[in-house]
Each structure stands twice: as structure tokens, then as C-alpha cells.
Design a protein around this ligand. Structure first.
Ligand SMILES: [Zn+2]
Length: 235
């Protein structure tokens, strides 16, 4: 299977990366798609130009994807100003087709950041449209709708997961990979007092505790056309 995270920003994949690594173990190929350039993420250096900040975020995410044996597609929309436009929809449809997505992880519809919410809506629409030949792009139209799972939101928002994946054996690699986001490790420390590892271990341990393992990631199937499958897709 082709497993694709479609997120607003470089580092949002922290909610599904352990599961993606578990997918890789069963022979799946991994893709990472970001809608924005991440250029507003350098909160510790607000004087940095958008071009320089975007280049750093791109390099960090590319390094993570390489180390995970996957591929990275950056749609480079404006960070913190992502809007649902015809152009963005066509870019995302093309990205979904280019990855030949079978399984997509994306944001929850309820989240503190409107880029995240917009990505959720775009994925619901574009995953369906990736099967429509009336919307041609440079890649082949998908024959089948990809399965889509929504990830844990960032912040105190309603989320009712129905699917849990034991990622205990993959947690160390997940954190090691996420630390390619060096700029964000600094930004998170500054904003929350916690780095990537602490942020991940708290949530994954809580989710694991609920289902009787040490560390887990939690998901809810996206309600959409063809996005819920009548067979298991998660590892
Ligand atoms: Zn984000």
C-alpha cells in the first residue's frame, strides 16, 4: 500500500508517524505531503525571511522523509493563510494521484489551527475527486478511493477515536525522525516548555494506557465517500 500523511505543516505528522513506520514494516511505501511552506513556524526568529524559513522547514522535512525511506511533496502554500481555492484543490488532487494513495492520514476537523481544519476539508473533497476523470491532472486518475483516517487534534478539541495502533516498538524511531525538525524542537520548547519527545510520549502513553499497551496512536475514520473501508487497513 501507499501510505500518505497529508498535513498543513512540517511536524504535524507526529500524530501518525509511529503508525506509518509500522506500515513500512509490512512493505508499504511512505509519502509525506504538506500543504504549506511552514514559513511562519520560526517563532524563535521572527526576523527571518519567509524564503529562508521555508527553506529550513523544507530541508528538515525532506531529511525526515529520506531517513524514513519515503518521499516528500511540499505544496508550498502560505503558512497560516491556507485557503480552500480551486488552485489548491487541483494541487492536492494531483499529489494524491502522484502518490497513488491507498491510505491517508490527515488532520481532525476540530483543531486550534485553521490551516489544520482547512486541510481536513480539502482532503475530504480531494480524496474523492482524485477518482474523477473530469478533473484531469498530470498523474493518472485513481481507480479506488483511498482510506482516510483523522489524527488526534492539537489542543483540547473533541475527538472520539475508534482505531488504535500499538506503536511501542516504533516510538524510538518516531522520535529520532521527528528530531530532524530541529527548528521546531526549539520553537516547541519556547512555546510550551516541552520538546518533541515529551509531547509525543505523554499522548501516546495515554492512548496506549486506554487499550492495554505501552504506547499507541489513535485515529478516527474520516466520514466521506469511499474513505471508510469494509476491511482492515491499519497495521
Ligand atoms: Zn500544524
Amino acid at each position: 500500500m501507499n501510505v500518505v500523511s497529508i498535513m498543513a505543516h512540517q511536524d504535524d505528522e507526529m500524530r501518525c508517524l509511529g503508525t506509518m513506520l509500522k506500515c513500512r514494516m509490512r512493505g508499504d511505501h511512505l509519502y509525506f505531503v504538506t500543504l504549506t511552506d511552514g514559513a511562519k513556524g520560526m517563532v524563535q526568529m521572527p526576523e527571518m525571511s519567509a524564503a529562508d524559513a521555508g527553506a529550513i522547514r523544507h530541508a528538515e522535512m525532506s531529511a525526515l522523509a529520506d531517513a524514513a525511506g519515503g518521499d516528500y511533496i511540499n505544496l508550498r502554500e502560505h503558512d497560516e493563510f491556507l485557503f480552500d481555492t480551486a488552485d489548491v484543490r487541483m494541487k492536492l488532487i494531483e499529489a494524491i494521484r502522484a502518490t497513488k494513495a491507498d491510505l491517508i492520514f490527515t488532520h481532525s476537523p476540530h483543531d486550534y489551527n485553521l490551516d489544520h481544519v482547512t486541510v481536513n476539508q480539502l482532503v475530504r473533497h480531494c480524496a474523492m475527486q482524485s477518482c474523477l476523470p473530469v478533473l484531469p491532472t498530470s498523474s493518472m486518475v485513481l481507480a479506488q478511493h483511498p482510506a482516510v483516517f483523522e489524527c488526534e487534534p492539537f489542543g483540547a478539541f473533541e475527538f472520539h477515536p475508534t482505531h488504535y495502533v500499538d506503536i511501542t516498538a516504533y516510538f524510538d524511531e518516531k522520535v529520532r525522525l521527528l528530531k530532524h525538525h530541529r527548528s521546531q524542537e526549539v520553537a516547541m520548547q519556547q512555546a510550551t516548555g516541552s520538546g518533541i519527545e515529551v509531547i509525543c510520549v505523554r499522548l501516546d502513553a495515554y492512548r496506549g494506557d486506554l487499550v492495554g499497551c505501552r504506547l499507541a496512536e489513535a485515529f478516527a475514520p474520516m466520514p466521506g465517500r469511499g474513505t471508510i473501508k469494509p476491511y482492515p487497513v491499519l497495521p
